[in-house]
Structure formats: structure tokens, C-alpha cells
Design a protein around this ligand. Structure first.
Ligand code: PLP
Length: 483
């Protein structure tokens, strides 16, 4: 059983597999199937079920069989039935144990969601953009324009690189704002950075890559997992205040490196011009690839802009961009600018993965960019995030002056280094006891254990919540010190 709808009319179909040879009567099989669908969360509260006559016709049973199953489920509290034969999944689920074979409800955590967990008074979990600010009206204008103006044949299967309109609009934007040297033919639209880096690593592995370098510390959600799954060695290159240490890269015997040069994740450093040039010399010498994760460069508050590395060496750098920080992670829109010799393979991998990203979303984003709405949205958001960052820095200065904030000039998170002697894991655990969710840097390290640090995602928190969170943290730190 799988499909259900939550629209206002009755649903028309419901997948139920009946075993006509089984000794279990058909009405019990229908009942059991719907019950377990509800308990597993496949049929959500309020979802409409087909009228008994429709379901009976679809299943090839008499209507009485379906009526009997529905009546039993109404009696158990799983579904409700209104006059006129309108049947819905009940708003709340009966306690476990009601009915036959009741299972534990499946609450599915969002994959990749980076909050620290439910139930905290304040949560500094990183990786969350303020989706309440999503520019709905402007997006809707673009959706309307696309639906009204796009010929039918454009809704057919896609080129693996994505729609030309979006590739062109992105090149205009990236070359203008990020200093890339991008051509529409070399752009591949993907479902966020997560899919982009996965496609790339698979292509590099097929072309003979054996070892991938990643920053140490760095995010463990994407490149690490995919590279290990593709059978590649993963080697960590230490990160200093100015980004990755190139000397260690030179010794690493790697075929590619994943970098966050504009705002190292999580430490916030910017890779210096000298280090960028050295990384590119390394890539040219080895025939290696630099995977540039430019995840939050649009948010820059009080430092000069730093262009993308791709603009320095388009043959050796894959630029990865995403709408997850600027618009919403749920859009699953990302883009790669790929060296020409890899484009065909990456586009083929994209087609193999999912036949291409949804065309209406791509055309909508292209229209949104072309109308200047993306720039307008960023202009509106920068001061909002800047005020939140300022509130965080002010609260840290006031309550925890011996923590040392880093990488503050850009992005949507700040790292604060802990003074020697203050144990990171103990602070994170004490913070949780005080109602504060926060991640330490330690879990993102490969080799070095020091220094301890905390990652403050501030993007979705109002200024008063930020102040409250830091006050909770100060109480937690005091407790750890006294212990
Ligand atoms: C370092 C880094 N890169 C990229 C992303 C964006 O990933 P995606 O585009 O798959 O949502 C994130 C999200 O938090 C991130 O932390």
C-alpha cells in the first residue's frame, strides 16, 4: 500500500495486495493492509481513502468486503467516516496494540537535517537556512510565467546537464558575482551539492581515482561517505586559520580534493590567494581535480569578496553551488561547473541517477534569476543574517569572553574555539542538560583532536533566542568548570 492523497475529495485508488489463496478472509487482509499503512506513516492523518464502491471495484471484490473492513477500522479509531461515504485516516492514531499486528509508528528524521535534535529551548544546530523568509510571492510569479509560457515539448525528458535557460542564467550570475569562468555547456544541474559531489566522485572513481583528500575538519555527510562507498581512500588535510595546509596536500598522493575555500566548513577560514595558487599548481602537476564547495559565499558581511577558484583554473576545478543556503534546502537545486573533459560523464551520471532534476523547478529558478529576484532576495537577507551574527558575537563577548570566535565575516555559522582545559564533549553534554543544542567541532575531525570548538548555526534564530542560547551555554560552561 502506498499512495494516498490529502486533497479535499475522495481518493481514487489505494494499493492493496490481496492473496486470494490465503486462509485470511479478504476483508481482514484489506483491514490489515490499511492499518499497517497508517501505523507506518505511509497513510497520513487526514489522508482520504477511496469510497468503498471504488476500492471494491479496483480490488475485484464485492462492496460488502470493503465496507466490513472500513467499519472495523472505524471501530478501532484508525479511520473516520462521514455521511456521503467520505472516509479519512483519523487525525490521531490509536494507541499501539489497537487492532491486529500493530507496529511502532515510523517517524522518519529528515536526512541531512543538521539540527542537533528535538526538545531544546535553543538549538544552534548548523546547516539550517531561514526558510520562513523564502520569497514565495516572487517564486510564484516565476512559476506562473513558466507554466503560462513554456511550450509543451519542454516538459519532455531532459538533457543530463539540465535546461539551457537555467544553465545560461547561472553562468551570468556566477561569472558576475563569483568570478567563475563558466560556460552554459559545462554546467550540470543537480539535486543540491549532495548529489553533485556524489556524481563527481563516482565519475572520478570510474576514471581511475584512488584517493580523495578532504579538509580536516569537514562535513562528514557527503564526500566522505560517497568516496568510501566508491572504494576510494579518504585522507584528511589539516586546516589552519587560513584554510587547508597545502604542504600536507602535496604529501597526500591524492587524485582530488574537496575544498570550501571561501568559508571553510566549519572553521570559517578563507583560503589565502597564495594557498589557492599552490593548490592549483598541485592540481596541474598531478592532473588532479579540485572540488570547490561554494556553499555559502553569498553571505559576506565585513570582508572583501573572494572569487571562486574555478575562475583561476576551469580545467582543474569543479565549482559546486547550491540554493540550500540562499533559498531553501528543500528545493534540492544545485549546480556544477565542470571541466569540459568531464562534462559528458557527469551529465550521463546525472541521467542515470534520476533522469534529470524537475524541469518546472529549473525553469522557475532560471526565470527568478533572470528577473533579478535572486539578487533582490540576497540583498534583503544579508542584513537579517548579519544582525543575528552580531547578536551572537555580542552575547559571546558578554557571557563567554574567553571563547574565541572565528570565521565570523561570512556565512550562517560561527565557530568559537574553547580555551585550553575546557573539554568540548563535556561542554556539549552540559549544554544539552541546560536545554541548548550545539555541535562540537570534534566529530568532524579526522586526525587532530585539538583545539576544542563549538559550531553556532545562527541563521534561523531571532536575536533574543541567540542571547538566551549563549546565556544557557554560559551556565553549562560554569557547571563544567566547577566540576
Ligand atoms: C559544507 C556544506 N556544503 C554544502 C551544503 C549544501 O548541501 P546541499 O546543497 O546538498 O543541501 C551544506 C549544507 O549544510 C554544507 O554544510
Amino acid at each position: 500500500m502506498g499512495r494516498s492523497r490529502t486533497n479535499s475529495g475522495p481518493a481514487e485508488d489505494l494499493l492493496i495486495e490481496l492473496d486470494r489463496d490465503a486462509s485470511v478472509p479478504l476483508h481482514r487482509q484489506i483491514e490489515g493492509s490499511i492499518r499497517s499503512g497508517i501505523r507506518a506513516g505511509r497513510l497520513r492523518a487526514g489522508a482520504s481513502l477511496p469510497p468503498s464502491r471504488t476500492l471494491a471495484a479496483g480490488l475485484g471484490v464485492s462492496r460488502g468486503v470493503v465496507v466490513e473492513a472500513y467499519q472495523q477500522l472505524v471501530a478501532e479509531g484508525y479511520i473516520t467516516s462521514r455521511p456521503g461515504g467520505y472516509t479519512q485516516v483519523a487525525a490521531s492514531m490509536p494507541p499501539a496494540g489497537a487492532g491486529v499486528g500493530a507496529a511502532t509508528p515510523a517517524t522518519r528524521p529528515a536526512v541531512g537535517a543538521a539540527g542537533t535534535g528535538a526538545g531544546f529551548r535553543v538549538d544552534f544546530g548548523y546547516g539550517r537556512t531561514d526558510v520562513s523568509q523564502f520569497p514565495r510571492a516572487a517564486w510564484l510569479r516565476s512559476v506562473r510565467a513558466v507554466l503560462a509560457g513554456t511550450p509543451n515539448d519542454r516538459f519532455a525528458y531532459l538533457d543530463g546537464r539540465g535546461v539551457p535557460e537555467l544553465r545560461e542564467a547561472l553562468c551570468d550570475y556566477l561569472n558576475r558575482v563569483r568570478g567563475t569562468a563558466a560556460a552554459p555547456d559545462d554546467v550540470v544541474i543537480c539535486s543540491g551539492y549532495g548529489q553533485g559531489v556524489s556524481l563527481l566522485i563516482q565519475v572520478l572513481a570510474r576514471r581511475g581515482a584512488r584517493r580523495i583528500a578532504v579538509e580536516d575538519p569537514s562535513s562528514k555527510d557527503d564526500a566522505w561517505v560517497v568516496a568510501a562507498a566508491a572504494g576510494l581512500d579518504v585522507v584528511g588535510i589539516p586546516v589552519g586559520p587560513d584554510g587547508v595546509q597545502v604542504g600536507a596536500l602535496n604529501r597526500a598522493d591524492a587524485d582530488a580534493i574537496v575544498l570550501t575555500p571561501s568559508h571553510q566548513w566549519p572553521t570559517g577560514g578563507v583560503l589565502s590567494a597564495g594557498a589557492r595558487a599552490e593548490v592549483i599548481r598541485w592540481a596541474k602537476r598531478r592532473g588532479a581535480i579540485v572540488i570547490e564547495d561554494d556553499y555559502d559565499a553569498e553571505y559576506r558581511y565585513d570582508r572583501a569578496p573572494v572569487g571562486a577558484m574555478q575562475g583561476l583554473a576551469p580545467e582543474h576545478v569543479v565549482y559546486c553551488g547550491t540554493a540550500s543556503k540562499t533559498l531553501a534546502p528543500g528545493l534540492r537545486l544545485g549546480w556544477l561547473v565542470v571541466p569540459p573533459h568531464l562534462v559528458a560523464d557527469v551529465a550521463a551520471a546525472k541521467l542515470l541517477a534520476d533522469r534529470g532534476s524537475p524541469v518546472i523547478d529549473q525553469l522557475t529558478f532560471a526565470d527568478f534569476l533572470a528577473r533579478g529576484e535572486f539578487d533582490r532576495h540576497l540583498r534583503r537577507m544579508r542584513p537579517i543574517y548579519r544582525r543575528r551574527r552580531d547578536a551572537l558575537l555580542h552575547a559571546l563577548r558578554t557571557h563567554l569572553p574567553d571563547l574565541e570566535p572565528a570565521g565570523i565575516a561570512a556565512g550562517q555559522h560561527v565557530v568559537a574555539w574553547l580555551p585550553p582545559g575546557l573539554d568540548e564533549a563535556a561542554v556539549v553534554a552540559a549544554a544539552a542538560r541546560h536545554g541548548l543544542g550545539i555541535h562540537g567541532v570534534g566529530p568532524y575531525r579526522i586526525n587532530a583532536a585539538e583545539p576544542g570548538g563549538l559550531i553556532f548555526g545562527y541563521a534561523i534564530l531571532g536575536e533574543s533566542a541567540i542571547a538566551e542560547g549563549v546565556a544557557l551555554l554560559a551556565a553549562a560552561v560554569k557547571e563544567v568548570r566547577e566540576a
